[in-house]
Ligand binder design. Structure first.
Ligand SMILES: Cc1cc2nc3c(=O)[nH]c(=O)nc-3n(C[C@H](O)[C@H](O)[C@H](O)COP(=O)(O)O)c2cc1C
Length: 137
C-alpha cells in the first residue's frame, strides 16, 4: 500500500460544476484502480491524499498534476504503509470552511474536518489534514 499527499493552488474560484466533475472522475477512475482517499478544498487550495497500489497512485497523480484546474502542486507526503487508512470511499470531497460557495451533491461542507477523518488515522496525518485551513495547527 502506497500513500501520497499534495497541496495545490486552484486556478481560480473553482465552480460547483468543476468540483462535481473532479469528484465524479475521481470516483470513476479510483474505483477502477483500487485507489481511495480524501480531497479538501478551501476556496483557494486543494489538499488531497491518495492511497492504493503504488503504480495506480502514481498514474492517477500524473494525470492530476497535468490538470489545468490547479497549479503549484507540492507533494507533501510519500510513504508505504501496511494498511489502507481511507477505506470508505474512492474519493470523498470536503469543502473547508463551509462558505466556499455553491457545492454540488456529494461534496460535504466540513466546518470541523476532524469529524470526517477515519478514527484509525495516525496523529501526523490527522494533524496535516486538520491544519489545512488554519494557522493554529
Ligand atoms: C484537485 C484535483 C483532484 C483530482 N483528483 C482526482 C482523483 O483522485 N482521481 C482521478 O482520476 N482524477 C482526479 N482529478 C481529475 C484528473 O485531473 C483528470 O481530469 C481525470 O482523471 C480525467 O479522467 P477521465 O480520463 O476519466 O476523464 C482531480 C483533479 C483535480 C483538479
Amino acid at each position: 500500500m502506497y500513500r501520497l499527499a499534495y497541496v495545490s493552488t486552484a486556478h481560480k474560484q473553482v465552480s460547483s460544476s468543476e468540483l462535481q466533475y473532479i469528484l465524479e472522475a475521481a470516483i470513476r477512475n479510483n474505483t477502477a484502480a483500487n485507489v481511495t482517499g480524501i480531497l479538501l478544498y478551501n476556496g483557494a487550495s486543494f489538499l488531497q491524499v491518495l492511497e492504493g497500489p503504488e503504480k495506480s497512485v502514481s498514474e492517477i497523480y500524473a494525470r492530476i498534476c497535468a490538470d489545468e484546474r490547479h497549479s503549484h502542486i507540492v507533494t507533501i507526503l510519500k510513504e508505504s504503509s501496511s494498511r489502507r487508512l481511507f477505506e470508505d470511499a474512492p474519493m470523498s470531497l470536503q469543502a473547508v470552511p463551509s462558505d466556499v460557495g455553491k457545492l454540488p451533491k456529494g461534496v460535504t461542507r466540513a466546518d470541523n474536518i476532524d469529524l470526517y477523518l477515519p478514527s484509525a488515522l495516525p496523529g501526523y496525518l490527522r494533524q496535516i489534514l486538520k491544519s489545512f485551513n488554519t494557522c493554529k495547527g
